[in-house]
Design a protein around this ligand. Sequence first.
Ligand code: ACO
Length: 435
Amino acid sequence: MDKNTLSITDNRTGAQYVVPIFTGTYPRYGAAINAQALRQIKVSEDDFGLMSYDPGFTNTACCKSAITFIDGDRGILRYRGFPIEELAGRCTFLETAFLILHGELPAPAQLQEWHRQIKSHALLHENTKKLMDGFHHDAHPMGMLVSTVAALSTFYPDAKNLHDPVARRLQTYRLVGKMPTIAAYAYRHSMGLPYVYPDEDLSYTGNFIRMMFKRTEVGYKPDPVFERALDVLFVLHADHEQNCSTNAMRSVGSSHADPYVALAAAAAALYGPLHGGANEQVLRMLHEIGSKDKVSDYIKRVKAKEVRLMGFGHRVYKNYDPRARIIKQVADEVFGVTGRNPLLDIALELERIALADDYFIKHKLYPNVDFYSGIIYQAMRFPVEMFPVLFAIPRTIGWLAQWDEMLKDPEQKIARPQQVYVGADCRKTAESAAV
Ligand code: ACO
């Protein structure tokens, strides 16, 4: 018998089935059976067939993807085969973004054209500004970002042309180009500051920092340490395979909705405190703890399950999050300029106690990417509300690459999970029962 198969005996009927097993690049990591193969397993002809039950998709592959590889047990993250450590050390965010989308690092001429396209799409239609002006002064910037990205759909009706690769690429340039501008405008709206138009002479992150923080200085120059730190943070956040927001992008995109509304859905998923909202929650938690000597009490509350230790734990990393290590180095560089953020001492103490504690060891809970990113962002003067927005900007390329891959994949269909119905059997209203 072919070894790459699974034999199943249905004890309800005694029937036996042989189901093929297929693998991806690494047979050790990513062997699967096709869930449809289970549907032949029936107790009678009119039986629907067996399904698998998997709330939160903890063990269900929804696609074959060639973009990002994660080995959570070994703490490995690679984009298109390149280790995250190498990309963060050697490549800019825009080079990494090109790689994620195209599968190869850009040649110099390709990179120049990629920069030109992204920068030329950084401006927003003036009506978009009017739309953003309509938000209340204390609107959360992530709510503004989600709504504004969705509204872009009305500005670009050509985005519905999903099956034209040239049109798809144009929407990619637009979205990657405009996200920092939307993000900065959302911040400046909340501060009552005038909007700053993009400057294409600056790098992607340098321009973003300028749009955020420029006041009345004529020759505003972003701090090169901040510019590089943000660039590295953007590299680390660019893609992370099939997480909650990427799944939202693919799921909404699978109905052939345009990329603006699909990306708005992805950003909405990212907004949640269990996902991209976590770094905001980490900062709130560190403020709540207040000082190093209160850390032990807080850990007791975590173990009593009163609260969660935000920035700890991950669905796939059960050893360590490789991004967290790189972020710690970035933190040192940023604090070299800004001075040490006092919250860092609380964070380090939390990490020290948690990593030595049985509860955290047993539950395989380690710091994730969000544990330190918030402290760095705060030191760079980004307000806490902007943290999930700072995640959404670089993740845009990941969402778009995954969306592009999905549309080109002939095996993909509209996302439509099954359910196991546990509600009432067929019943009658009181009126019809009385008849
Ligand atoms: N603090 C305390 N206990 C935790 C934590 C935590 N941060 N995370 C998980 N646990 C415990 C749970 O209480 C549960 O314990 P039990 O088995 O004794 O009941 C066990 O670990 C498993 O927890 P799940 O929620 O089932 O784990 P899951 O893999 O579904 O969750 C998640 C992963 C959502 C990231 C979780 O670890 C969490 O809530 N972390 C805090 C939020 C956070 O930092 N999110 C950012 C993730 S990274 C990102 O999105 C970029």
